[in-house]
Design a protein around this ligand. Structure first.
Ligand SMILES: Nc1ncnc2c1ncn2[C@@H]1O[C@H](COP(=O)(O)OP(=O)(O)OP(=O)(O)O)[C@@H](O)[C@H]1O
Ligand SMILES: [Mg+2]
Length: 254
């Protein structure tokens, strides 16, 4: 359903962030994107929701050409794609539930946003999303009173409340300790399996990538140098992706 055909991306300064990328990702896949810093992982996932425009080639999601979308149809398209960041991107001085409810703002009349008057159905959906990631009991807690792992779960719940078909996660566990990182990866896996949401994660920890993802895409210098099942990733393949440098593992930072 996500299809790259000979896609290249040149940044305004002339740097080629992606070079002739072709790949297809089916609905419901769990994909880890790995590679050295600067390889093009963020560039790759950010083209999918059009945070970045592509320069050449064709990128389609469910048959729709991403770069042809404009205005209302672009906003609607983006609603179907959740985005999770390393830094959580939450409003920390307010409650968990209010953060999750903000996922509805694009569809709400402005007066409701001003009054914070969310319809009952949105509140129910927000509470359901919090329940799915196991932090329903924190709904009325202020975000700055939560741990990093709990904050990442709030971010995940906010994304779930928008009912996405795809979740793009840019290093979602980079700021977390190894145990919490695994809990968050488990949340991603459960959501992927139970809700058939496609999950694409950029991740520096190779051991987590191999443990949780079904498929691994290795990026180097803006090109795909490996694309296949995580089970088939060998040390030679990691050498190809990391060019002889040591990849990160969770053990490495314990
Ligand atoms: N706005 C930009 N303008 C110019 N070059 C950019 C821009 N954004 C990224 N790049 C370059 O494109 C390349 C790929 O960057 P990208 O952020 O996709 O790497 P990454 O694999 O996500 O790295 P990291 O693991 O450090 O997050 C890098 O060399 C980077 O310097
Ligand atoms: Mg990045």
């Amino acid at each position: 359903m996500i299809k790259f055909e000979n896609v290249s991306k040149v940044y305004p300064n002339g740097y080629k962030g992606l070079n002739n990328v072709s790949l297809e990702i089916e609905q419901g896949e769990f994909v880890a994107i790995i590679g050295l810093s600067g390889a093009g992982k963020s560039t790759l996932i950010r083209t999918i929701n059009r945070m970045h425009d592509i320069s050449e080639g064709k990128l389609t999601v469910d048959g729709v050409s991403v770069n042809s979308l404009k205005g209302k149809s672009l906003r609607k398209f983006r609603r179907g794609i959740g985005m999770i960041f390393q830094s959580f991107n939450l409003v920390t001085r307010t409650t968990v539930i209010k953060n999750v409810l903000t996922s509805n703002i694009p569809d709400m009349p402005f007066w409701r946003v001003l009054l914070g008057a969310y319809p009952e159905s949105n509140k129910v959906a927000a509470l359901e999303a919090l329940d799915k990631v196991g932090i329903l009991d924190k709904a009325y807690t202020r975000v700055d009173q939560l741990s990093g792992g709990q904050q990442q779960r709030v971010a995940l719940a906010r994304t779930l409340a928008q009912n996405p078909k795809i979740i793009l996660a840019d290093e979602p566990v980079a700021a977390l300790d190894p145990v919490t990182a695994k809990q968050v990866m488990n949340d991603f896996r459960r959501i992927n399996r139970e809700m058939n949401i496609s999950v694409l994660i950029n991740i520096h920890h190779v051991d987590l990538a191999l443990e949780y993802a079904d498929r691994v895409i290795g990026v180097k210098g803006g090109e795909i140098v490996y694309d296949g099942p995580s089970k088939e990733v060998t040390s030679e393949i990691l050498d190809r992706i990391y060019g002889g440098q040591e990849p990160d593992t969770m053990e490495g930072i314990q």
